[in-house]
Design a binder for this molecule. Structure first.
Ligand SMILES: [Zn+2]
Length: 351
């Protein structure tokens, strides 16, 4: 199913490119700028089973993106500058802002050197438990369990079942099944189920966090780079919409103070974990505002329009998705045609 969806999206992006429609639509759809979302930046890896591949782009693709933006004369700006332009309604020049979620070490090793080549600022959104080395990157944990297993036994909705994981195709469908199920559960159940799965399949969940995420000391080194802004991404990387109001509020306020204390600099920008409609809605947008964030970004696809200035804690982003690393889609992404297609041509989606 996921494969089918990828194919449809790819066909849509190609059609937009080949028809040249993105060029005609650019003045209408491109808005005043875009906030791009990345996760991992690292060289591509061998292997048929890479279910989290959408979360990584290569340094070369990032370089192609920055080359494209510079060639179009688009300003590469910080989140502070996005905020300023929206408040001052300063839309004379188009902007692009690059954001990277979760605080992965590959951001330091592969993304920042490329960004420096272009003098491009970026914002790293850090989940404080990840920097503490005790976060649960459950989507990677289940990938690792499935990768080494021939079958996985789980109880989904009270029904015990055995998912075949012998071939790459089996592994992918088992991953999709587990992923969709876990996304629907409260976070404490995700923790319990994933820890149980890891125990059964000898996966060290704590090591995943330490292997992939930067420690506070490493983040400190990034934070002194004048091109890097550190933002917050909650404490535990939970689905905020699944939490009580008090717990969600604590995730937003405590993560902020922890990062500020560790890095000795103000934290005024937020990215909601998961950030889609099921994880961040009007309640979370209000909580982010109350917690004192100047801006908060979602994963809802979209360009930034002048009216986004009225929804500073519900800003859309454009995902640089690892499954579509074709340089031909860059003009489609920056034209706004791709996200407009996803949004049914609505300009602001903050409800
Ligand atoms: Zn995240």
């Amino acid at each position: 199913m996921k494969q089918f969806r990828n194919t449809v999206i790819r066909a849509g992006l190609e059609a937009l490119y080949l028809s040249g429609a993105h060029v005609l639509l650019r003045p209408i759809l491109s808005g005043v700028g875009a906030i791009f979302m990345l996760h991992h930046v690292r060289p591509s890896r061998e292997g048929d089973f890479q279910p989290n591949h959408h979360l990584e782009v290569t340094p070369d693709f990032l370089r192609a993106m920055l080359t494209h933006l510079r060639a179009r004369g688009i300003d590469l700006v910080t989140m502070d500058e996005v905020h300023r332009r929206l408040i001052d309604r300063d839309f004379e020049r188009r902007f692009a802002c690059l954001t990277l979620d979760d605080g992965y070490r590959d951001n330091r090793d592969y993304a920042l050197p490329v960004l420096r080549e272009f003098d491009a600022p970026s914002t790293l959104f850090v989940a404080s438990d990840f920097a503490d080395g005790r976060g649960l990157l459950w989507w990677v944990a289940i990938e690792k369990a499935i990768a080494k297993a021939c079958s996985i036994e789980v109880t989904i909705g009270g029904v015990a079942m055995r998912l075949d994981t012998a071939t790459a195709a089996d592994k992918q469908s088992a991953f999709d099944r587990l992923h969709d199920w876990l996304r629907s559960l409260p976070d404490y159940e995700v923790q319990r189920e994933v820890h149980a799965l890891c125990a059964r399949h000898d996966v060290d969940a704590a090591a995943i966090c330490r292997d992939l995420c930067m420690s506070w000391n490493e983040l400190k080194e990034c934070a002194v780079d004048g091109l890097v802004t550190i933002g917050a991404h909650s404490i535990t990387h939970c689905n905020l919409a699944h939490q009580s109001k008090a717990a969600a509020s604590e995730e937003l306020t405590v993560s902020r103070t922890r990062i500020e204390a560790a890095l000795q600099r103000p934290v005024v920008h937020l990215a909601y974990p998961y950030g889609d409609r099921n994880a961040a809605g009007p309640r979370e947008f209000a909580l982010a505002h109350a917690a004192g964030y100047k801006t908060a970004v979602t994963t809802r696809p979209g360009m930034v329009f002048p009216e986004s200035g009225r929804h500073l804690t519900a800003l859309p982003r454009v995902s640089l998705n690892g499954n579509y690393q074709d340089t031909r889609i860059l003009p489609v992404l920056t034209s706004g045609a791709a996200t407009a297609m996803w949004n049914g041509f609505r300009r602001v989606d903050a409800a």
